[in-house]
Design a binder for this molecule. Structure first.
Ligand code: GCU
Length: 364
């Protein structure tokens, strides 16, 4: 067996200093990513957030759950996005936050029957209890294992979550009206959604917006990284099993290719990316730079050993190759985390324990 050498990675920061990186190289890289991969998002998007209900969240009786109605206006349209916000027991200062989208609505994260079912269009997987593209009571608690709320709250962190379809339905046809209103693709819309949720939560003054960790699994992990690159308010990004188009190097030939991505999910990325199918080595960037665009803020990438489709080795290499950009900000411990765990594609309590430990270091 012959071992293929890794193709060389683009390194626009080579020889640059921090000022040069920030004033010249970083903005150019953001523009290249926007042009070739994610596409644009609407620039003007006022957000209104209102508390609908407040209840005591089970756990130890000292945590609270808020159902928040988030309204976002852009390009003459409006999206209403229900957000569930969980607050840990009261403390001296407003709590740090993990925030991220879910796949099957807020009821999928927490089986509490008091949470209203999502009314909007929902993608259906066989075991999700989604009927005619609407959530049903069978959707309740479906992904509670991915969101170990009791453990997160016990560590003093707030959690906010919303259905990805609130911002953009995950479907080529259903996403059309949103994309036509000024988004290059669903990943860009979901990334933008992180920022709009942060706008709304900042206004409500229930959490500390300077200590907010954007978290996403898989396709949402792709979005979380782009959100972190674009929005300097995001203090930490967790990209869980995000694979191709996420933390994995395009130039690391394993798992999903650009051609695979466009064959099944033509609505995720902007059209110009498709031209790089089979020509990954010609991309003007690679995903170590996407991680580097978050510097000096914290990034955590996690892989799973059996998640070959996401390319765990390529995810790890991207994480390592981001270090020189962080080094522009001086010596000291790198705010970059990585782990690979046993098992397959998913988010587990083990993953969360690592994220919470890391957050304790970088957000406290
Ligand atoms: C598919 C897709 C991946 C994506 C994953 C997910 O497997 O090919 O790119 O990350 O779905 O979102 O779970």
């Amino acid at each position: 067996m012959s071992i293929q050498p890794e193709p060389e990675l683009p390194d626009p920061s080579a020889g640059a200093g921090r000022d040069d990186w920030e004033s010249r190289i970083r903005p150019r890289l953001i523009a290249q990513y926007r042009q070739a991969m994610y596409g644009p998002v609407p620039q003007h998007a006022p957000v209104r957030a209102a508390i609908r209900t407040r209840s005591v969240a089970a756990f130890d009786g000292r945590c609270a759950r808020f159902e928040i109605a988030l309204g976002v206006e852009f390009s003459g349209r409006r999206r209403d996005v229900p957000v569930s916000l969980y607050l840990p027991p009261p403390a001296r200062r407003p709590p740090p936050l993990f925030f991220g989208p879910n796949y099957a609505g807020n009821v999928s994260v927490d089986p509490d029957p008091a949470i209203p079912l999502d009314a909007g269009w929902m993608r259906a997987e066989p075991d999700w209890g989604v009927v005619a593209n609407r959530a049903t009571d069978a959707t309740r608690g479906l992904h509670a294992g991915r969101w170990p709320l009791a453990a997160i709250l016990a560590r003093g962190y707030a959690v906010a979550t919303w259905h990805d379809g609130g911002f953009c339905p995950d479907d080529p046809a259903e996403s059309r009206p949103v994309l036509d209103a000024g988004f290059g693709g669903a990943i860009a819309a979901w990334a933008w959604g992180f920022s709009r949720v942060l706008d709304g939560l900042s206004d409500l003054e229930l959490i500390d917006p300077t200590r907010a960790a954007a978290i996403g699994h898989s396709r949402h992990g792709k979005a979380a990284l782009w959100a972190g690159a674009c929005d300097a308010r995001i203090a930490m990004v967790v990209s869980n099993n995000s694979g191709t188009g996420g933390a994995k190097l395009f130039r690391h030939a394993s798992g999903e290719t650009i051609a695979d991505l466009f064959a099944r999910f033509p609505h995720w990325f902007a059209a110009p990316l498709r031209a790089y199918a089979g020509r990954e080595a010609e991309l003007p960037f690679d995903q170590h730079l996407l991680i580097g665009l978050c510097a000096p803020r914290a990034v955590y990438v996690a892989s799973a050993k059996d998640d070959a489709w996401a390319g765990p080795v390529g995810e790890h290499r991207a994480t390592l190759a981001a270090a020189p950009i962080y080094a522009l900000y001086g010596p000291g411990p790198l705010p970059i985390g990585y782990h690979v765990r046993e098992g397959g594609h998913g988010v587990t309590a083990f993953d969360w324990d690592r994220y919470l430990d890391f957050a304790d270091r970088v957000l406290r």
